[in-house]
Design a protein around this ligand. Structure first.
Ligand code: ADP
Ligand code: MG
Length: 627
């Protein structure tokens, strides 16, 4: 039996105390927990020796729930109460979830902020709660096996996860009573597991083929910062598709009619297919025996036969790699390291094709199911302070730019995509109209120039700005992105100190497909966007001048202008309005110059008049005193 150590009073044992911290890979199909023990990162098994926990939760009506293998076995039998692939629902709205269609066959009810809830026998469950239930099992496992309380966890998320999806993941941890030391990008974690962060720099490709998703990430390591050059993949392609292809083939070989396949038999066959597929990774041939109702038979499957069935699927992943490399602007020859992640990269054909594609041997020494959890554990160990000498300062970057809406529906980016986090950025803005006392701060995420093409994250109002002339107020807006990639925004009017702020917590976010598409569009439409932006800017400028002149004419026109002067101004203004409504930015710019010149006399007259008015009835002394 191990003896407990007791520190002498007043003598803290702290310097030598090892803090318990874990890394958690919260996967779509499977989840794992890992920690650093005696300097080595290892995944932690449950009491049955199983390291992998299927990310499946089954709710039972007695208030009990099963998490993991037991739940997965009942998925076919009790589909509405057994939640699989909940990660696909994280940080999404009801609309986004409906768009998933048959991928998420649950009974959804819309909750607050259009959050989707899944109705089960144990009540309505949000995706965040379901994830929290998975996390709880993992941390309980860790605390039991490590014999103490955890100081915190590093939880991994896909690189393309947006603010809402990251926030949802963090909320799940909070609900499970876990302190999040850091949310870490999955590909970054995999690179860390291989110690690639210890190298000076270079381009790394992380090929992650899991159960239901394929992700390819191109990272560039530069002075300890992992920059995500591009992410791509297919959110509906993975080992499950291999199973399906094999199951369909087995059924037809055995003369089982696939059209009339009941869901029970279909489930049985895909489960069988998975066993065969996994066995084929180590053996050249595997025999199957099917015995389910009337469907019976025996068959031997060779690896070559299996390869022929999945060849097209593997080719699809390579096409995605090609596209993503193109997006990243990196040539395949520049990729120095290829890291394999995900259970499906065990399949020999996948390894072969990937090394052929990149022209180099991928890293496969660390178990591809565990590599993400292991990288997260290494990072958790550092963040918990167990490696005081370590100079490893691992930084991530934000995946999409963050900005504010400005006049004319334009987005002013404050924090650009791929900026290393944590980061704080501030910029001063001003009011558009005389006497404006409130300002809407509209926070957006995306690469495009126009508000309509970006995703709205949050809106809030700064009130209590003292009335001033347009352009006189100084409002400082600060964006703060913490180490997990979560954003808070504050706005402050500098002359009065009036302040308001929010933690940006959107109810749902973007799908990975949408992000990929937004990035794609921003690249291909960059030129067009710039022109649109210039046009909008000139239109805003023109409007500003027109509004100012209108107000001035209304206020002082009768007193300070002759009828001819007034008509002249109005007709000049009408000309600018016509230009402004067209789409020629240069013409508008010229028109603005013309109208400003033509109206200069009026502006100086108003100024003189204003000074005269201010002076009327006051002695010079009074004025001197006021100074
Ligand atoms: P996710 O990241 O989606 O949670 P994983 O990385 O755990 O998923 O991968 C799960 C997939 O890996 C499943 O489709 C499973 O069948 C497959 N897999 C696991 N082991 C093997 C193996 N030995 N050979 C082939 N495929 C495997
Ligand atoms: Mg995974």
């Amino acid at each position: 039996m191990a003896l407990l150590q007791i520190a002498e009073p007043g003598q803290s044992a702290a310097p030598h105390q090892h803090k318990l911290a874990v890394g958690i890979d919260l996967g779509t199909t499977n989840s794992l927990v890992a920690t650093v023990k005696s300097g080595e990162a290892v995944t932690l098994p449950d009491t049955n020796g199983q390291h992998i926990l299927p990310s499946v939760v089954r709710y039972l009506n007695c208030g009990r729930k099963d998490v993991g293998l037991l739940a997965r076995e009942k998925a076919a039998e009790d589909p509405y109460n057994t939640i699989v692939s909940v990660k696909r629902l994280m940080g999404r709205g009801v609309e986004d979830v409906r768009a998933l269609g048959s991928e998420a066959p649950y009974h959804f009810v819309a909750g607050e902020n259009s959050m989707p809830y899944i109705s089960t026998v144990a009540g309505e469950k949000s995706p965040v709660q379901v994830s929290a239930d998975i996390l709880s099992v993992l941390t309980a496992r860790a605390e039991e096996s490590l014999g103490g309380e955890l100081v915190g966890a590093v939880i991994t998320v896909p690189a393309y996860f947006d603010d809402a999806q990251r926030q949802a993941t963090k909320d799940a941890a909070t609900l499970a009573n876990i302190k999040v030391l850091r949310l870490l990008n999955e590909p970054t974690a995999a690179a860390v597991a291989y110690g690639l962060d210890q190298k000076a720099e270079g381009v790394i490709a992380v090929y992650d083929l899991g159960g239901g998703t394929f992700d390819i990430s191109i990272l560039r390591l530069n002075k300890g910062v992992f920059e995500v050059l591009a992410t791509g993949g297919d959110s509906a392609l993975g080992g499950d598709d291999f199973d399906l292809a094999l199951a369909t083939w087995v059924a037809s070989e055995l003369g089982i009619d696939t059209d009339t396949l009941g869901s029970g038999l279909a489930r049985y066959l895909t489960e069988k297919a998975r066993e065969v597929k996994e066995a084929l990774t180590a053996s050249d041939t595997v025999s199957v025996s099917v015995a389910h109702g009337d469907a019976r038979g025996e068959l031997t499957v060779s690896r070559d036969q299996f390869n022929a069935l999945i060849d097209k699927l593997v080719a699809r992943t390579l096409r995605a790699c090609k596209r993503t490399l193109k997006d990243s602007g990196v040539d395949v020859a520049e990729v120095q390291n290829v890291v394999m992640v995900g259970g499906s990269t065990r399949v020999p054909l996948v390894r072969e094709k990937v090394s052929e594609f990149f022209g180099r041997e991928p890293h496969i020494d660390i178990d591809p199911d565990r590599v993400v959890a292991i990288g997260a554990a290494i990072q958790a160990d550092v963040l918990a302070g167990n490696k005081p000498d370590s100079d490893m300062l691992l930084l991530d970057v934000i995946p999409l730019s963050l900005g504010l809406e400005t006049m004319g529906g334009l987005v002013e980016k404050l924090v650009h995509r791929n900026t290393a986090i944590p980061v704080g950025r501030a910029q001063e803005f001003t009011t558009y109209q005389d006497g404006q006392t409130a300002m809407v701060i509209h926070v957006l995420q995306g690469e495009r120039e126009l508000v309509d093409d970006c995703r709205s994250l949050a809106r809030f109002v700064l009130r209590g700005i003292p009335p001033m002339a347009a352009g006189a107020a100084k409002i400082r807006v600060t964006f703060q992105v913490d180490a997990d990639g979560l954003l808070s925004v504050s706005a402050k009017e500098l002359s009065t100190g009036v302040e308001s702020s929010i933690q940006v917590k959107p109810s749902y976010g973007l799908s990975d497909g949408e992000i990929a598409q937004m990035l794609q569009e921003s690249f291909s439409l960059a030129q067009e966007d710039l022109e649109k932006r210039r046009l909008r800017e000139q239109q805003v400028e023109a409007d500003r001048l027109l509004v100012a002149l209108e107000q001035a004419i209304e206020a002082d026109g009768n007193e300070l202008l002759t009828a001819e002067e007034r008509d002249m101004l109005l007709s000049e203004m009408a000309q600018l309005v016509a230009l402004r409504n067209g789409d020629d930015a240069d013409a508008i710019e010229k028109g603005i110059v013309v109208l400003s010149n033509e109206s200069d006399f009026f502006a100086s007259r108003r100024m003189d008049h204003g000074i005269q008015q201010a002076l009327q009835g006051h002695t010079i002394d009074e004025i001197e005193e006021k100074k």
